[in-house]
Design a protein around this ligand. Structure first.
Ligand SMILES: [Cu+2]
Length: 153
């Protein structure tokens, strides 16, 4: 292996430092935070959910409280082992960790009428950016350090 000179090592350290900084200040959405517990109250009536879109972050622990306003309705989330059923005066709760990223439909799991197949909502699980940034920054720093020390010997 050829002996790298001082300038090359300095360049590696400088590039690592700049990339690490960039990982922290990159203009990603600033709405994220550490995984948290969220309680979401959903009311169901023929043939819709309110709210119909749930925005959570990956890693969040979600408690869904389902209230039915007219008939028996269910709430089953595609891709998650979540399926609860409520009827008027008898609500239902489920707690789960949003550990999969992406958009997942949730649907009524009780045949409740003609438009039952269209009783659909969406669970939107977005990445946890600060967490991702911390990992990226750590990786870049580690790689930079490894290259630096590797070349020294
Ligand atoms: Cu229904």
């Amino acid at each position: 292996m050829s002996r790298p000179n001082r300038q090359l090592r300095f360049a590696i350290v400088a590039v690592s430092a700049v990339l690490t900084l960039a990982a922290f200040v990159a203009p990603l959405p600033a709405v994220a935070s550490a995984p948290q517990a969220r309680r979401i109250e959903i009311s169901a009536r023929q043939f819709a959910y309110e709210p119909a879109t749930l925005n959570v972050q990956r890693g969040d622990t979600i408690t869904v409280h389902l209230e039915s306003l007219d008939a028996a309705h269910g709430l089953a989330v595609d891709g998650y082992a979540v399926n609860i059923q409520a009827e008027p005066g008898k609500s239902a709760d489920v707690t789960f960790v949003a550990d999969k990223e992406g958009k997942f439909k949730f649907r009524c799991s009780i045949a409740c009428g003609t438009l039952h197949p269209f009783m659909i909502g969406e669970l939107d699980v977005t990445p946890n950016y600060p967490f991702a940034r911390a990992i990226i920054a750590t990786l870049i720093t580690a790689i930079g350090a490894v290259i630096y020390f590797w070349n020294r010997t």
